[in-house]
Design a protein around this ligand. Structure first.
Ligand SMILES: *[C@@H]1O[C@H](CO)[C@@H](O)[C@H](O)[C@H]1NC(C)=O
Ligand SMILES: *[C@@H]1O[C@H](CO)[C@@H](O)[C@H](O)[C@H]1NC(C)=O
Length: 394
């Protein structure tokens, strides 16, 4: 294969508690979703997942909002990863949440188990109390969705979730201090821009990442922010901010349990972080991945009990434990990379630099499909990846 990417396979067997992971039910079918993020009109793109895990039938479902794109240092829209984020489309239980960066709104959909390819919009998209929303998470425990805005008005806004009426703002914007993020709308990035929002698995706090800038002088460190939740309410206090030496580009992250975070940093590789009682964080493992190019996304597969670090820019192997080759079907792309990804039932579904979605069998460490979407849409805007049924942590 002409193009491969690094996947760091870090085995953390002892760290993972046994959880009730939902498995794909072939009788009802399953689906994958990404965000088209088109500035002319945003859609979720649903893909049918067959019982063998393969993808087909891309279908657009309008979000009722508009996409947008981050710009580079000279003000041009970025060529890919237009939101610079992880989690722009999120599936939890039978709900989908999707951000509309161009209209400063978030949309909610319901998934009918008998027809997951055609999710229905619930209510209307609602304003995110800030600008340029890029990432969203939902906690079934507190029945709230929270959105990270990364534009000139940056911060986390939360919403109560009603199965019929949809989303309703719950309190005001939890602004991120200007010392941490100082962006325009649309923001310039990746350096200096926001990345992801996630509830802790026990919903005791909400966390967000903001990239620093390794190229700045002096170097600007990245930030991990946390707000405690009390009785389901996100605290109105200032966020607890952790900046750690050597971590400049806090990007996508995944909770391993309530206290351990797996963080991607495209300036060096991956980091394991330990969350303390006061929500500050210490680094317990700093893994420089030799030759990495842009490790931005993280995933965990219960089927292999491995963590995956996903590189947007690299085509060569050389990770610590292993790597998996990925190519587009024609081998046309040289500097191929892999972008937003979701794992379900031992399979990883990923946006790639090429216009399509790759399916990887994680047990076999092999790509099993490349669904070519070059006749479907414009690659550069695509963002996010999620699957239903989702693997939600208990
Ligand atoms: C990887 O990329 C380099 C530089 O762009 C190129 O020379 C090389 O042929 C590529 N290798 C593969 C296996 O695609
Ligand atoms: C931004 O993108 C434009 C258009 O692709 C390119 O010409 C320019 O060199 C880029 N600027 C930077 C700083 O990367």
């Amino acid at each position: 294969m002409r193009a491969t990417f690094i996947l760091l396979l870090t085995s953390l067997t002892s760290a993972f508690p046994q959880q009730n992971w939902r498995r794909i039910q072939p009788d009802t079918g399953s689906a994958a979703y990404f965000l088209e993020n088109d500035p002319a009109g945003n859609n979720i793109v649903s893909l049918e997942i067959a019982s063998d895990g393969s993808l087909s039938n891309p279908t657009r479902i309008p979000t009722g909002g508009y996409g947008s794109s981050q710009v580079n240092a000279s003000g041009f829209p970025n060529a890919a990863d237009t939101l610079g984020s992880q989690g722009s489309v999120t599936v939890v239980d039978d709900w989908i949440f999707a951000v509309n960066a161009g209209s400063n709104t978030v949309s909610m959909f319901s998934i009918a188990p008998e027809d997951p390819r055609h999710p229905q919009l619930v209510g209307k998209p609602v304003g995110t109390l800030g600008q340029f929303p890029i990432s969203v998470d939902y906690s079934p425990r507190v029945q709230k969705a929270c959105v990270l805005n990364g534009g000139a008005v940056a911060g986390v806004a939360c919403f109560s979730v009603d199965p019929v009426r949809g989303l309703r703002a719950d309190g005001s914007l939890h602004a991120i201090p200007k010392t941490i993020i100082m962006e325009t709308t649309p923001p310039s990035g990746p350096p200096g821009s926001a990345a992801q929002v996630l509830f802790a698995p026990d919903s005791s706090a909400i966390f967000a990442t903001v990239k620093g800038n390794a190229g700045a002088s002096p170097v600007k460190l990245g930030s991990l922010l946390a707000w405690p939740l009390n009785g389901g309410q996100i605290s109105n206090s200032e966020p607890v901010v952790t900046q750690l030496p050597g971590i400049t580009m806090d990007f996508g992250f995944t909770f391993i349990d309530n206290k351990i975070i797996f963080l991607a940093d495209p300036s060096f590789g991956i980091s394991l972080l330990s969350v303390k009682q006061d929500l500050t964080v210490t680094e317990t493992r700093h893994t420089v991945i030799p030759g990495q190019s842009a490790i931005c996304w993280t995933a965990y597969s219960p089927a292999t009990n491995l963590l995956y670090a996903i590189d947007a820019g690299l085509n060569k192997t050389g990770s610590l434990v292993g790597s998996i080759a990925v190519s587009d079907v024609d081998g046309m792309i040289d500097a191929q990379g892999v972008f937003d990804s979701a794992v379900s039932d031992g399979l990883m579904y990923s946006l790639t630099a090429a216009n399509g979605v790759s399916v990887i069998n994680l047990q076999k460490q092999q790509q099993v499909q490349f669904l070519d979407l070059s006749h479907f849409g414009v690659r550069k805007y695509y963002m996010g990846m999620a699957v239903w049924p989702s693997s939600t942590q208990a």
